[in-house]
Write a protein that binds this ligand. Structure first.
Ligand code: ATP
Ligand code: FE
Length: 354
């Protein structure tokens, strides 16, 4: 099965060609990601209208590049997969329209894929992870513990009640004048910082649930920054690093502690695999801490390579390859959905727009 995937739900325009063999092993023949960081840099965040336009302009080109890199023609792919939500609606619409056009022109079946399902199934692309598995999906817009029991079977154990960690990394980077995206720049700055200098809050830690909160952490960083600025007029490089390290340490501790609770609340016995995915899973300090908790719970730990953690179209193509054994393709009424929680059914089963 060879699938062309399209992804345009946030600020990365992506196309990929993935081949999945009869044993379910994935081979990424091409994965093209055109990021829009430069376009949004002046605005301090992703501007939805600019993102949507850039997706509309770049999708064709990304598809062409992916096909060229994979040394395959459109006629040779078996299906077309596209992120149909959740995400910034203008971008999702651009992707869905492009995929519909390709499907209508070639007669290839079309699969609308949940972006979060793409992230959640990613560990199975590189490792033989059996269902069910416990996972932490931690990205720019989401943070949740899931039990993944099948390609379209997700149940949520708990998650953030306000901001997602990726969003917090990005906002904190902005507060202390580090470049976007904030995750990698905070991780880099934290390497030379003192994680104990600022005792940033770790909320909801004594609760037995997997609920988390990150908005107070952001506010605490703002206060710490303002205090330094009031005292010395600005941040030194060391101040930036210390804030980055202290912030990252708080996120690491919250995620590790809540992973312990997730293991406690995990209703299954063997097989025990714990996976992490989503953009924030690219963070090495977070990966290391989660691996330790996983080992303490005698579970195998799987973290996808960095290029598959952040947004990409290979995960969308792969999710469609898994899901097409469970459901038929979507037709041209497939709609783009700004919101689409993971623990609900496919859009084709729900009707449009809910
Ligand atoms: P969602 O998947 O929830 O819709 P998204 O697609 O925007 O959101 P991803 O692409 O999965 O999110 O992840 C992007 C986020 O990951 C950004 O907030 C970015 O700062 C964060 N990130 C990337 N690399 C790192 C890192 N090394 N450490 C921490 N965070 C990181
Ligand atoms: Fe994402």
């Amino acid at each position: 099965l060879t699938i062309l995937g399209l992804e345009s739900s946030c600020d990365d325009t992506a196309a990929a060609v993935v081949r999945v063999d009869d044993l379910g092993r994935a081979n990424v023949l091409a994965s093209v990601v055109a990021d829009q960081t430069d376009l949004h840099a002046a605005f301090g965040g992703v501007v939805p209208e600019i993102a949507a336009r850039a997706h509309a302009e770049k999708l064709d080109l990304c598809v062409e590049q992916a096909l060229t890199q994979a040394e395959i023609t459109l006629a040779e792919v078996d299906a077309i997969a596209v992120t149909a939500g959740p995400g910034l609606i203008g971008g999702v619409v651009s992707g869905v329209m492009c995929a519909k056009g390709l499907s209508a022109a070639t007669g290839k079946p079309l699969y609308g894929v949940n972006h979060l399902a793409g992230h959640a199934l990613t560990p199975r692309m590189t490792d033989q992870v059996p269902y069910p598995y416990l996972m932490l999906l931690v990205s720019g817009g989401h943070c949740q513990f899931l039990i993944v029991s099948g390609p379209d079977d997700f149940s949520r154990l708990g998650g953030t009640i306000d901001d997602a960690p990726g969003e917090a990394f990005d906002k904190v980077a902005r507060l202390i004048s580090l470049p976007q995206p904030g995750g990698p720049s905070i991780e880099q700055a934290a390497l030379s910082g003192d994680p104990a200098r600022f005792p940033f809050p770790r909320p909801l830690m004594d609760r037995d649930t997997c609920d988390m909160s990150f908005s107070g952490l952001k506010t605490a960083v703002l206060r710490a920054r303002d205090a330094i600025v009031a005292e010395k007029g600005g941040l030194t490089r060391q101040d930036q690093s210390d804030i980055a390290a202290s912030f990252q340490a708080a996120v690491v501790e919250v995620l590790a502690t809540k992973t312990k609770k997730a293991f406690k609340n995990y209703p299954h016995d063997a097989p025990r695999t714990f996976c992490v995915a989503g953009g924030v899973a690219a963070n090495k300090a977070i990966r290391t801490a989660l691996e330790t908790v996983s080992t303490q719970n005698e579970a195998d730990f799987v973290a996808p390579p960095l290029s598959l953690c952040t947004d990409n179209a290979a995960m969308i193509a792969y999710a469609a390859a898994e899901q097409c054994h469970l459901r038929g393709p979507d037709d041209l009424t497939l709609s783009a959905r700004p919101r689409w929680p993971l623990d609900t059914a496919q859009p084709s089963m729900l009707g449009s727009g809910k």
